[in-house]
Design a protein around this ligand. Structure first.
Ligand SMILES: C[S@@+](CC[C@H](N)C(=O)[O-])C[C@H]1O[C@@H](n2cnc3c(N)ncnc32)[C@H](O)[C@@H]1O
Length: 284
């Protein structure tokens, strides 16, 4: 006789906890819900229903991936960011909560502009630019990525969120796939880990996030050099730039932007107290 759905997820919770998965209870519920296509309320309502035997193998396959250290978002294929669901594929970084700072900045900067144009360099899932479009109804957004597969996911996310009519996906390196377009805001969360440091990252990051989303070259600053050198050509007068940075990169990125003629350069900290974002303005 098969056991009930409630018992199944609680046994799974204990198994994940024994495997030292820190979010064992939540992950157990999410995996059972995913396999049975249930929302949170549905899981509670199905507490005493029998777990369908035909789904046991599917659940076990996902559990083994989680125990092997694969992040839960990768297994479920979706991550929430700025209150929206973003689909993932193997070529996209899992959006991180600290990146929401760029969206907060963009909304604040553009909220009184009736029809702003926004460029997101290294768009991945499209989480930054699509969150901006969702909160700025008159805005149009461009997302650039070197990975065609990542861009395909960004386009699928734009469609799922009902934002595709205001989103343009461009494939290529940084500014290369753009013509003469000018933007009111350029945002980017580029790869910023120094190549030699990647080995030291958590297994869940280095084994499951795509290398093109992490590796910022020898000193981790390669993408910032390109962005600092070219961004002004693509910004309107007094247009803004917001870049996510590593905790120890604020000083160097500040120098790069100041040498490129940007003004009002500011470094903002994340909730953990680490430098996480540099913002600047093109001259008027
Ligand atoms: C750190 S991830 C950020 C993804 C997404 N914007 C986010 O915040 O979750 C960096 C992204 O930059 C892209 N990328 C790497 N090199 C690039 C290049 N030369 N030109 C454009 N995009 C690039 C990667 O494919 C990846 O999607």
């Amino acid at each position: 006789m098969s056991s009930g759905i409630g018992r199944t997820w609680r046994e799974l919770r204990d198994r994940l906890a024994a495997a030292e998965i820190p979010t064992a209870a939540l992950d157990a519920q999410l995996l059972v819900r995913h396999v049975l296509d249930l929302d949170a309320t549905g899981l509670i309502a199905s507490e005493t229903d029998p777990f369908p035997g035909g789904k046991s193998e599917d659940l076990e396959a996902l559990v083994l991936r989680r125990i092997a250290g694969e992040p839960i978002a990768r297994i479920l294929g979706v991550q929430e960011f700025y209150g929206l669901d973003f689909g993932l594929n193997a070529a996209t970084l899992i959006p991180r909560p600290e990146t929401e700072m760029l969206v907060d900045f963009g909304i604040e900067h553009l909220k009184s502009h009736p029809a702003p144009a926004v460029l997101d360099l290294g768009t991945g899932t499209g989480c930054i630019v699509l969150s901006l479009l969702a909160n700025l109804p008159g805005a149009r957004g461009w997302g650039v990525d070197i990975s065609a597969d990542a861009l395909e996911q960004a386009q699928a996310n734009a469609e799922a969120l009902g934002l595709a009519d205001r989103f343009v996906a461009r494939h290529g390196s940084w500014f290369d796939p753009l013509g003469g377009e000018k933007f009111d805001l350029i945002v980017s969360n580029p790869p910023y880990i120094a190549s030699a440091t990647i080995e030291t990252l958590d297994a869940g990051v280095k084994s499951f996030d795509p290398m093109a989303a992490l590796d910022g070259g020898a000193d981790g600053l390669g993408p910032y050099r390109i962005i600092a050198a070219k961004a002004r050509e693509h910004l309107v007068a007094a247009g803004a730039l917001a870049l996510e940075i590593g905790f120890d990169q604020g000083h160097m990125v500040n120098e790069l932007l100041s040498s490129a003629g940007f003004c009002e350069i500011a470094i903002a900290k994340d909730l953990a107290g680490h430098d996480r974002m540099v913002t600047a303005r093109a001259p008027k």
